[in-house]
Design a protein around this ligand. Structure first.
Ligand code: ADE
Length: 390
């Protein structure tokens, strides 16, 4: 993660985060550990709790504890353990919150300490949906920087990071061949685009289901099949939900699916596949056929295979986004923390964009780390592009 490394080296020299308590509710992965170390190099006190009960890499958690970071999270923890870890992080009293799904900012506000925060950052689309709802209700009491919406985050993390790692999770869990299968992607945001792109690259026929007409049109013009989910239910071999909305695949869909269908979710929460309905329908029983595959046997003998319990498949069955893309989003996170510390209380409570110059700087550093050089506009071109004269 060369971009984050360069930020970490500067932080180490400047120590501008000295003594600041930074609480993070993020997936506990090797990439997150690199971010935690960068913040600690800047002098911050850092505490981390898991953003998902199934995404924690236990060896990474242990290594961070060895570095003096307070870490709460264990792979496969239950709901109550997850909540206890989050509550302990809230009680620790962070001055800044790094969030992935808005659970930490929500917890700090419920504890009545939201207005004491210097600010927060948010890593996912789902978290931003919640934070914007808080902003609309007037309950958001601190500035939140929407790291997820920066160009160097969304277009790369979501499209290439989730695009590849969601398929990686499906393949690690099942060992199926995608070539020749029909992959149904439900949701054609950045992540859906990435998954569709990579599935096509692996030789699958791809069908996209969307509610947004622009996105649906884009998917069609990209050459994907586009149809309602009920129609796609009959055709698909592999289903991947990535909409952020609840109950995207329901009983009606399960009833139409082919024997052997694989069901995976790549959205942040495990709400997109109606798990209750799936279990109800499985009158023939539910059994574990591989470590992360639960087979649901319907009354007529058809078998529907649920991956990773419907949890975010790229983190629960694989290792999440690879470091090459997390490098950019976590560099943005680190630079945003620095800004919120250096310019306390400049931003009003509410959701704010990452400044375009920070975004561009991260892109520039990433290109440099890849050894890629690009052209610059000549003065004549600049004049032309900034003038209205013919
Ligand atoms: N979100 C998705 N992939 C991730 C990763 N590798 N580390 C932390 N958060 C992530």
């Amino acid at each position: 993660m060369p971009v984050l490394r360069s930020v970490r080296e500067r932080f180490g020299a400047e120590r501008s985060l000295e003594g600041v308590r930074v609480g993070a509710c993020l997936h506990i992965t090797a990439e997150t550990a690199t971010l935690m170390r960068a913040l600690a190099a800047g002098g911050a006190e850092v505490a981390l709790s898991a953003a998902n009960p199934f995404s924690t890499q236990d060896d990474v958690a242990a290594a961070l504890v060895g570095d003096g970071v307070v870490v709460r999270g264990v792979h496969g923890e239950g709901r109550s353990e997850y909540e206890a870890h989050l509550a302990a992080l809230v009680a620790w009293g962070p001055q800044l919150a790094l969030d992935d799904g808005a659970d930490l900012v929500g917890g700090l506000h419920r504890a009545g300490v939201g207005d004491g925060l210097l600010g927060a950052t948010e890593e996912t689309t789902t978290g931003l949906v919640r934070l914007r709802a808080m902003e609309r209700d007037g309950t958001l009491r601190c500035p939140v920087v929407a790291v997820n919406e920066a160009i160097t985050e969304r277009a790369f993390n979501d499209r290439y990071g989730t695009g590849q790692s969601a398929l990686d999770g499906i393949l690690r869990a099942t060992h199926v061949l995608l070539a020749g299968r029909t992959v149904v992607v439900l949701g054609y945001g950045w992540t859906g685009r990435g998954i569709a792109l990579r599935a096509r690259g692996a030789g699958a026929s791809v069908v996209v289901c969307e509610v947004d007409p622009f996105r649906a049109l884009e998917a069609r013009m990209e050459g994907f099949g586009v149809m309602p989910a009920l129609d796609a239910a009959e055709r698909g071999d592999v289903f991947v939900t990535v909409t952020g909305a609840p109950k995207v695949l329901t009983r009606q869909h399960f009833e139409r699916m082919k024997d052997g269908a694989l069901l995976a979710n790549a959205g942040h929460f495990d709400v997109e596949i109606d798990l209750e309905a799936l279990v109800e329908l499985a009158t023939g029983g539910v059994r574990d056929v591989r470590p992360l595959v639960q087979q649901h046997v319907l009354a007529d003998g058809r078998r529907l295979n649920l991956l990773a319990g419907g949890r975010v498949v790229n983190l629960a069955a694989a290792e999440g986004h690879p470091p090459e893309v997390m490098d950019m989003s976590f560099a943005l996170q680190a630079l945003t923390v620095e800004r919120l510390v250096r310019e306390p209380r400049v931003l009003e409570p509410g959701v704010h964009a990452v400044p375009p110059e920070t975004d561009r700087e991260v892109a520039r550093l990433k290109l440099a780390s890849l050894g890629v050089e690009i052209d610059a506009l000549t003065p004549e071109q600049q004049d032309y592009l900034h003038s209205w004269a013919p």
